[in-house]
Design a protein. Sequence first.
Length: 273
Amino acid sequence: MGLSSDSKGNVYFCETKKRRIYKWSAETNAVTFLADFPFQPFATATDSEDNLLVVARYDPQPGYMVNGEQERVKILPDDNEAYSSWGNSGWASYAYSIDPNDPDNTFKVMPRIATTDIKDFSKTYYPSGRWHYTFDDAAVYYPDSAFVAPDGITYIQEVYDIGRTADLNAAVPGESIYALDEINMRTLKMDVGEKGKLTDLREVLPRGQYSTAVDNDGNLYVLDGQIFVYNKNMIEIKRINLTERPLSITFGGKDGNTLFITTANSLFGVRVK
């Protein structure tokens, strides 16, 4: 799961339980093993320089002291009691970056920055799907901290439920972003403002789970057991059925017209035009 793609059409995804990250190459049309750092990866993304960004689980290390006290993770303002097994059990979701061409020698923890201190800004990433009893509040919540990528203009929002997301969606000022309400199975849309702040939450579809993607023609792809495809007017134009349940999607390939899909066991690629 955790699919993402870079500017060259290469695609990245992770195998959380085995702590592995893989790359599908747009040049060779082949999947290769990329990294297996000792952290469980949840989702991937890329910055403007094609550095690979990874959201992963971090557990405080026993015996590691900070200012004379056992290391603890930050308690986030949007801490949610719905996640007793996800994020409020003493671990956190942090982010790191690597150069995909030299992962072992370029591993860097992405520094945390207060969102009020952000100056140079291109885009930020939010979870694609949210599992919140108060989804409408969580969807537009702007956190007090984010992780900054090596390019200095790309960020990942430090929100409480990012550790259970299937993938990440980019928020670019002046554009729109989709989010999935996984409890009520619906797709919502928001406008992106300054520094990635989200406003004008509205429901666009009465279905949706895990992940969305938009193709080069502006059609919206929504996961909900199958892959539902809608045009710009939110009229269903087709469905894509697989032999396995889809978990995350993204577009990649040299022309950006291949839909990549991860399931619990497989990576699929479907040409859309």
